[in-house]
Design a protein around this ligand. Structure first.
Ligand code: OAD
Length: 260
């Protein structure tokens, strides 16, 4: 089966990585995105921004892929044609072994020069630190060996466009799939949030896995109120039981199997 998966911060919650909008631990409940995640913020206070991403990178380097990440990677071993389009920048999908992966919001581990866009020879944010830096610790960004400009994290900030290639490929993967899975995203941030809507418009079944209702829940063919690990496990079991049967894909079937 051709399965496209859109993932968000909730996919990594069971790895101990905070989401953005879940109170009280969500990052945007504790930090102001305008001061940390915009090109203007970096211009104004590069050490504050770099230090914050250094803190996040240190957390992520200590985290491990959870059973949800691993279960998605295993769907490929089961013979499914899986594309994961992730909003996450933590590299846990690749560490879990997912093969076809599209980074819609970039990666923590793809720093580049803010002036000439050159990639550094060694990724500075991948450097493992003995201790996790303090949350608000400032750190001057390293400079580019080509032009002397400041390095910036390779993530997409508010006000910036998505990387063209991954975005186009994600749209194609949504257009070409038999099932769209949407895991661990509030589905509030566009354009990524448009992907499930495109699938619904095309008549492709959409299955959401999220312990909380979201903007998408009322429209999805099924919405499983489960954490990612349990949702992916349940899906794998059901695909094993009825792999290849057209019935599995009937929206009505999904609905009545999922609810109740
Ligand atoms: P949000 O923090 O907006 O949403 C996280 C979602 O994960 C919520 O709907 C939670 O209910 C759900 N969730 C929590 N624990 C879960 C679990 N164990 N299993 C499954 N789901 C769980 O995060 P995103 O939707 O990813 O962008 O946010 C989208 C974008 O907004 C991010 O990529 C980031 C942020 O600003 C940029 O930084 C550009």
């Amino acid at each position: 089966m051709r399965i496209t998966v859109v993932t968000g911060a909730g996919m990594s919650a069971e790895s101990g990585i905070p989401t953005f909008r879940d109170a009280p631990a969500g990052l945007w409940a504790r930090f102001d995105p305008q001061r940390l995640a915009t090109p203007e913020a970096f211009e104004e206070d590069p050490a504050l921004v770099w230090g914050w991403y250094r803190w996040r990178a240190a957390l992520v380097l200590r985290a491990r892929p959870n059973p949800g990440h691993l279960g998605l990677a295993r769907l490929e071993d089961d013979g499914h044609d899986v594309t994961v389009a992730t909003q996450n920048v933590d590299a846990l999908h690749e560490r879990a072994g997912s093969g076809r992966l599209l980074h819609l919001h970039g990666s923590l581990f793809a720093s580049r020069c803010s002036q000439c866009a050159a990639a550094p020879a060694f990724e500075p944010l991948r450097e493992y630190l003995e201790a996790v830096p303090a949350e608000g610790a400032r750190e001057e960004p390293p400079t580019c060996s080509a032009c002397g400009g400041r390095l910036r994290p390779g993530v997409v900030w508010f006000g910036e466009g998505l990387p063209e290639g991954p975005w186009r490929q994600a749209q194609e993967a949504v257009a070409d799939c038999d099932l769209l899975l949407v895991i661990g995203t509030s589905n509030l941030v566009y354009p990524a949030a448009a992907l499930p809507l495109a699938a619904l418009e095309a008549g492709t079944p959409v299955l959401e896995i999220n312990p909380q209702p979201t903007a998408l829940s009322a429209h999805a063919n099924a919405s499983w109120r489960l954490p990612a690990s349990e949702g992916v496990e349940r899906l794998a079991t059901r695909l094993h039981q009825s792999a290849g049967t057209e019935n599995l894909l009937l929206p009505g079937k999904w609905k009545c199997r999922a609810r109740g």
